[in-house]
Write a protein that binds this ligand. Structure first.
Ligand code: BG6
Length: 503
């Protein structure tokens, strides 16, 4: 693979959590794979008054354990630099510009810069604007790209405004909106599963598919993010972005080529075809819940309202489940279900395709009298893999049918290197490939879709928010959403499901 052009990666918010937990380890991973450019530097930027050496020491702690003091680690750390900057003060930026120029001179790196905004969202308009006013959006001597973390706005109006502002200083091609779900190997594998196997596409439509279920459950609660989460909630935090991206991958038409705009056009068409949920239908199609205190094992667990940073009367949802339709030729009439929540029994993200049953039922079935729908489970995490549930004959007399699993687990590919989502996405941006980043029109369209739900909750405080004890599968009422089937109860192990799996 050719290496990206030499450049400097500027990380705003260099002392923050994301930089330590995700970005530095991801860059180190790229370094070890020999995928970084021949000439490359990281310039950490934040308010703390520290120098290059202290920054390197701090970052060393976040490299994987055994390598912390190795020669390889110190070679990597030598490419890290630091510049103290008050990022909301324009007068501080000329110093930043000079530092970039002097680093560029010392290391023979042209004026190619990637600016990563690992900052609170309030800075997403401020920093790009000041960078532009300081001339740091000038592409005459090298590329300038901006990576922005979610949330891209907090509702439709703010998302539009953010896009408008950014697009007044930069072109769409310079903007990389990161959704780390698209960086997951298993999410990308959905496209490969669908479009590289002749057996799936002919049946991937309303003639053969009964319904589609998307689950993203977490065992963790809001931890120390109560302040942020209480203004967000599960719909904004997970559905508007990560889970809509999964819907796009599952439902899109085959792109003409594997290239940024071709794929992003197809994703957008899916979002455009999702039947809007009218405000008056929200109580029937969207259920929200909030975890309450309980015991998991023998341990007492706090309820959401007792978490730090959360109001004692908070009505923020930590769980949401919804039913919707995609009105196009492929999906007409097929219900899609999404559920996501915190403090559920297992951490699992997966898509389950339920196929229709055979038109005529010949056999006796083991557990109940009805044949089940064949299921294709695309497991995103953990125990990444693919599972197909099939009916097979029970050995012996008669023709009794039992459900069996055929499963593939990624860890069977023992010597294959699975890059982390952040390293894949960073590398793509370094190459100027925006395929796995969200385009402004798709982001706005996703907000357009969830906005009536947010409005309904805001305008009708009587719409219930159901409590569910921490450690359970969410509010019981959610079973009503799926009229003629059941939610799968996934376990950590892909091939297991049911009420009682290992926590
Ligand atoms: C983040 C959300 O975007 O995604 C978190 O803000 C959530 O609340 C996380 O926990 C889930 O990501 P993953 O990769 O652990 O599924």
């Amino acid at each position: 693979m050719t290496k990206p052009e030499p450049h400097i990666l500027v990380i705003f918010g260099a002392s923050g959590d994301l930089t330590k937990r995700k970005l530095i380890p991801a860059l180190y991973e790229l370094f070890r794979q020999n995928l970084l450019p021949e000439r490359f530097a990281v310039l950490g930027v934040s308010r703390s008054e520290i120098g290059d050496e202290i920054f390197r020491e701090k970052m060393m702690e976040f490299l994987p354990d055994p390598s912390q003091n190795s020669a390889q680690a110190s070679e990597f750390l030598d490419s890290l630099f630091y510049q103290t900057t008050e990022t909301s003060v324009a007068a501080d930026y000329p110093k930043l510009k000079q530092r970039l120029e002097s680093l560029g001179n010392d290391l023979a790196i042209p004026a190619n810069y990637i600016f990563y905004l690992s900052t609170p969202p309030i800075m997403y308009e401020v920093i790009p604007q000041i960078l532009a006013e300081t001339g740091l959006n000038d592409i005459s001597k090298g590329f300038k790209r901006i990576i922005i973390e979610k949330p891209f706005g907090t509702d439709l109006a703010s998302a539009r405004e953010l896009n408008r502002k950014l697009l007044s200083f930069y072109t769409e091609e310079q903007l990389y909106r990161i959704d780390h779900y698209l960086g997951k190997e298993t999410v990308q594998n959905m496209l490969v599963t669908r479009f590289s196997n002749g057996i799936f596409e002919p049946i991937w439509n309303q003639n053969f598919i009964h319904h589609v279920e998307i689950t993203s459950s977490e065992t963790l609660g809001v931890e120390d993010r109560g302040g942020y989460y209480d203004h967000s909630g599960a719909l904004r935090d997970m559905v508007q972005n990560h889970l809509m991206q999964l819907v796009g991958m599952i439902a899109m038409e085959p792109p003409v080529v594997i290239e940024a705009n071709a794929i992003r056009n197809e994703m957008l068409k899916v979002f455009q075809s999702m039947r809007p949920i009218r405000e008056e239908d929200v109580p029937k199609q969207v259920f929200r819940g909030q975890y309450t205190s309980s015991h998991i094992g023998n341990e007492p667990v706090k309820g959401y309202r007792e978490e730090n940073g959360v109001g004692p009367q908070s009505k923020t949802e930590t769980y949401v489940a919804l039913k919707f339709f995609i009105d196009n030729f492929r999906w007409a009439g097929v219900p899609f279900y999404i559920r996501t929540g915190k403090k559920l029994p297992t951490r699992v993200t997966e898509v389950v395709i339920y196929f229709k049953t055979t038109p005529h039922h010949l056999f006796e079935y083991n557990s109940d009298s009805e044949p089940i729908n064949n299921q294709l489970v695309l497991r995103i995490q953990p125990d990444e893999g693919v599972l197909l549930k099939l009916g097979m004959k029970v050995p012996g007399a008669g023709f009794r049918v039992q459900n069996m699993n055929m499963d593939f687990h990624y860890d069977q590919l023992s010597n294959k290197y699975l890059p982390s989502a952040y390293s894949r996405l960073l590398l793509d941006c370094m190459h100027g490939d925006a395929t796995l980043y969200s385009r402004s029109d798709a982001v706005e369209r996703a907000w357009e879709y969830v906005q009536p739900i947010l409005d309904a909750w805001k305008n009708n405080p009587d719409i219930p928010i159901y409590g569910y004890p921490a450690g359970t599968w969410g509010p019981e009422v959610v079973d009503q959403l799926i009229a003629d089937s059941f939610w799968r109860k996934p376990c950590k192990n892909l091939a297991h499901d049911g009420e009682y799996c290992e926590l």
